[in-house]
Design a protein around this ligand. Structure first.
Ligand SMILES: N[C@@H](CCC(=O)N[C@@H](CS)C(=O)NCC(=O)O)C(=O)O
Length: 229
């Protein structure tokens, strides 16, 4: 492990966005201190480090200003340690494409999971499930194109999109089971099914991707405090 002189990560265990950063820190062998936040009673450190959004993750690197937003944090880590597991491709147009899909995942695809949770009635839920399935098929196409026949979005090794989508796998599994449908399956998204198995067993991910029990706990908390979003 390399010590990147005092890196601290403010997080919470069931957060896929936090898991995203942890995966990158593992991949790049960066030593860090993890500080668990209680989102029901946020610490002064979190509130002063991320006063605008008041969300985790936040990365604190020595005496530099705090870095907020998981995608910006992982790009920062990629820039300070580019020689190990380079996440973003070196070709500008490929980098732009990766960012496009990351934006799609964070702003269109994953928010559908929450939409499914708060939508009431069978018909409404079925419509959201359909949209999730359509989204998964778009991601399958993106995988085929980006991976160029290799194991990961990043090629032979994990890259930016592997981390961006991979961090949602525990939630994907939970949401699918809880709502009795398949999000990634052998027929519609065969390549992503194989990819997901690789992510689950990857050394940098397997102990990080929130364990199901945390996901269930977090979901129960949402149901209690934010039943309708
Ligand atoms: N866009 C943010 C999303 C982070 C986020 O939603 N974090 C949640 C935990 S999963 C949070 O801190 N929520 C606290 C709140 O909403 O008050 C990122 O990528 O970092």
């Amino acid at each position: 492990m390399t010590k990147e002189s005092e890196i601290k990560l403010l997080g919470t265990v069931a957060s896929p966005y936090v898991n995203r950063v942890q995966i990158v820190l593992n991949l790049k062998s960066i030593e860090y201190e993890y500080v668990e936040e209680n989102l029901a009673c946020k610490s002064e450190l979190l509130l002063t480090s991320n006063p605008i959004h008041q969300k985790v993750p936040v990365l604190l690197h020595a005496n530099k200003p705090p870095i907020c937003e998981s995608l910006f944090i992982i790009e920062y880590l990629d820039e300070i340690k580019p020689d190990v597991y380079r996440l973003l491709p070196s070709v500008p147009v490929e980098r732009a494409d990766c960012r496009f899909w990351a934006h799609y995942i964070d702003n269109k695809f994953y928010p559908l999971y929450e939409k499914l949770r708060i939508t009431q009635g069978k018909e409404g839920k079925e419509e959201i499930k359909k949209q999730i399935i359509e989204g998964s098929m778009l991601l399958e196409e993106a995988f085929v194109k980006t991976s160029k026949g290799k194991a990961y979005f990043g090629g032979d090794n994990l890259g930016y999109l592997d981390v961006v989508l991979g961090c949602f796998l525990a939630w994907t599994k939970f949401v699918a089971k809880h709502n009795e449908f398949n999000i990634f399956d052998e027929v519609r998204t065969p390549r992503l099914v194989e990819w997901a198995k690789r992510i689950w067993s990857h050394q940098a991910c397997k102990d990080v991707i929130a364990k199901n029990e945390y996901v269930v706990g977090f979901y129960m908390m949402l149901q209690k405090y934010r039943p309708l979003g």
